[in-house]
Design a protein around this ligand. Structure first.
Ligand code: RIB
Length: 335
């Protein structure tokens, strides 16, 4: 494989001149530039990323920890993160954790050995990363997306889940519903707790009864929504509307409702949370709370790159605004 020295020799210039042409970081006369570019083409030379990173003390690589990708919320955010990394000249290395703490620790170690310039975490786990793992990289720039239980200082970007849940339940109440149930996320997760609190607050403020049997705990995954809805439908007096704390569980709930011979938006109303792309294509299309996933991905990358270039700047908590997206899974009651 040709080296920079081979290019310099063929073009009869110094290696530093070749470097200036490759990095375009200093003026080089058109005649010499074209000689060097011709030599690069003739030798099919490709600059060494490793050599460049050693010189620049940066790899232009971002690491990302992700719980799982089978939930469309996460995969849609990752798509936005990777697109923004690419547009800003960075590579993304993605590692899953799937709730396994040791796997998380091992993946962080691997990412650190690859000398990533910064770390993004989009994890719904609740166990935090032990601070000692960063002991040899104390100033590693980090941005936590959505997941907050961290001891080390870092920027945090998250959804305003309390507000979003309140909007969802107030919408059901405004459509005339009183017997409203909640399929929660895993209640050891910060966002899930806040959404359940938003449900409770909205019900209390409207003077409506919160029936204990109407709280069904899920884990943000499809199957838990299916199982929780089966439980709710088996109650002697089933709910007339259900707030599912994410769209994946709402999709599971749809299956249980259909299997019971009932129709969403007719026999029972459902509102979800996240507004994943699939929500529009359900039958009926799902009314839900929109989380700005593209913006979350873009903001996370921009915040991390700012942190990389300004390591000593103070850390921030950025909160995104949830928005009601009204479709057809909630019928207006004429009481
Ligand atoms: O759907 C997955 C959920 O986990 C999302 O609502 C996101 O907020 C994360 O907490």
């Amino acid at each position: 494989m040709a080296t920079m020295k081979d290019v310099a020799k063929l073009a009869n210039v110094s290696t530093s001149t070749v470097s200036h042409v490759i990095n375009n970081d200093r003026y080089v006369s058109p005649a010499i530039r074209s000689r060097i570019e011709a030599a690069i083409a003739q030798l099919n030379y490709t600059p060494s990323a490793l050599a460049r990173s050693l010189k620049r003390q940066e790899t232009r690589t971002i690491g990302m920890l992700l719980t799982r990708s089978n939930n469309p919320f996460f995969s849609e955010v990752v798509q936005s993160v990777e697109r923004n990394c690419y547009e800003l000249g960075y590579q993304l290395i993605l590692c899953h954790t799937e709730g396994d703490k040791q796997r998380m620790i091992n993946n962080i170690g691997t990412l650190l050995q690859k000398r990533i310039d910064g770390l993004l975490a989009l994890c719904s786990e609740t166990h935090s990363i032990p601070a000692e793992i960063f002991s040899s990289y104390p100033s590693l720039p980090m941005v936590m997306m959505d997941w907050t239980p961290l001891s080390t200082a870092c920027d945090i970007i998250r959804d305003n889940s309390l507000q979003g849940a309140t909007i969802a339940v107030n919408y059901l109440i405004a459509q005339g519903y009183e017997r409203i149930a909640c399929i929660t996320g895993p209640l050891d997760n910060t966002q899930a707790q806040l959404r359940f609190s938003g449900y409770q607050q909205a019900m209390q403020q409207a003077g409506l009864t919160i029936y204990p049997d109407y709280q069904a705990e899920g884990n943000f995954q499809f199957a838990s929504g299916y199982q929780a809805m089966q439980t709710l439908l088996a109650l002697p007096k089933r709910p007339e509307a259900v707030f599912c704390c994410n769209d994946a569980m709402a999709i599971g709930a749809y299956r249980a409702i259909n299997q019971a011979g009932m129709v969403v938006g007719e026999d029972i109303s459902i509102i979800g949370y996240d507004d994943i792309e699939l929500a529009l294509y359900l039958n009926p299309p799902l009314t839900t709370i929109h989380q700005p996933k593209d913006e979350l991905g873009q903001l996370a990358v921009e915040t991390l790159l700012h942190r990389i270039q300004h390591k000593d700047s103070e850390s921030h908590v950025l909160t995104l605004t949830p928005i009601l997206t009204e479709r057809a899974s909630v019928k207006k009651l004429l009481r």
